[in-house]
Design a protein around this ligand. Structure first.
Ligand code: ATP
Length: 304
């Protein structure tokens, strides 16, 4: 492991009874990367993060964080984490709780800086257990960034945040990555992953189904959207469905046809072969969300 490798999973397996929550995962995250961890419910995201944070131990394989075991990395203050679960301590103010987190960190940031970065300065005197959902998320984020960590791990960090808080949050995370920190976040917001992550990991039933940039993941789904208008009359939907490589057909009341195709060239070629004269023809790739659904559904079909 070199110093630029923040996280290494080497053939990691974690079972719960018969369920392989993490199933033979091998991956390396490097310094300065912003990485989104995606997967449907029960895919193994939280388990993978728990293994990374030393909260669970693998049944086999190894997890290395900043060159050591996860627990050692945490104790050394190399990892900041923001988890979904866990209430916030009562009877203390936001500033006191942030102060406590800074006090425990081997390389703490000044408390006012941490409060400001998380947008908490104005509510620093509030009780930590009396915050709104979005404010509580911001406090969890402050606790994760109380010190100078090399790796920041975030489990569904923007749940409950409003649009402004989300924007500010991601701007801060970009800043953290630009300073050489690795940012790993699990999310169900695919548009956030698309906009923010340098790299996207897709977990499904514990296995790493895809690993690449959002563009690569979209391309690997191998599906294109073909849309066009047809002059005169309602198109014959059955004929459209029989076109090669077409997996879905939708015709709007205005006559605009939208097809999904796993081979857009073959589909368009055959379309002209039917004697149709499409206007405003567009062939586009799928968004990350549709690519994600296609990838995971395809996997469901081959491994029910
Ligand atoms: N403590 C546990 N005991 C038994 N099974 C568990 C336990 N924790 C998780 N599992 C199972 O392991 C699998 C992975 O769960 P995990 O919580 O890691 O998924 P996830 O991707 O984080 O899901 P979600 O998006 O719903 O949060 C699921 O099948 C889940 O039911």
């Amino acid at each position: 492991m070199t110093t630029t490798e923040s996280v290494v999973f080497d053939r990691v397996i974690k079972r719960y009874g018969d369920v392989r929550a993490v199933d033979d995962v091998t991956l390396t995250l490097r310094a300065g990367e912003t990485v989104a961890l995606l997967g449907p419910n029960g895919a193994g995201k939280s388990t993978a993060l728990d293994l990374l944070l030393g909260l669970k131990r693998p049944d086999s394989g190894t997890v290395t964080v900043c060159g050591t075991g996860p627990r050692e990395a945490i104790v050394a203050g190399r990892v900041g984490a923001m988890l979904q679960s866990g209430g916030l301590m009562g009877e203390v103010t936001v500033a006191e709780l942030v102060g406590l987190a800074c006090g425990l960190h081997p390389r703490p940031h000044p408390v006012p800086d941490v409060l400001a970065r998380a947008g908490l300065t104005g509510i620093a005197g509030r009780r930590a257990d009396k915050l709104s959902g979005g404010q509580a998320q911001r406090l969890r984020f402050a606790l994760a960034t109380a010190g100078d960590s090399d790796l920041i791990v975030l489990d569904e960090p923007t749940t409950g945040m409003d649009v402004t808080a989300r924007r500010a949050f991601w701007a801060t995370m970009r800043d953290q990555a630009d300073q050489g920190r690795t940012v790993l976040f699990a999310t169900h917001y695919l548009e956030e992953a698309d906009a923010i992550a340098d790299r996207v990991l897709v977990l499904h039933r514990g296995r790493l189904l895809a690993d690449g940039t959002a563009g690569e993941i979209k391309a690997s789904a191998g599906v294109r959207r073909v849309s066009f208008d047809l002059a005169g009359g309602t198109p014959d939907q059955a004929a459209l469905r029989r076109l090669p490589a077409v997996t879905a057909v939708d015709v709007s009341p205005g006559g605009t046809v939208r097809l999904r195709s796993s081979d857009a060239d073959a589909t368009v070629h055959a379309l002209y072969g039917l004697g149709l004269r499409p206007r405003n023809l567009e062939v586009a790739g799928l968004g990350l969300e549709q690519a994600f659904v296609t990838l995971t559904e395809t996997e469901e079909a081959v491994a029910p």
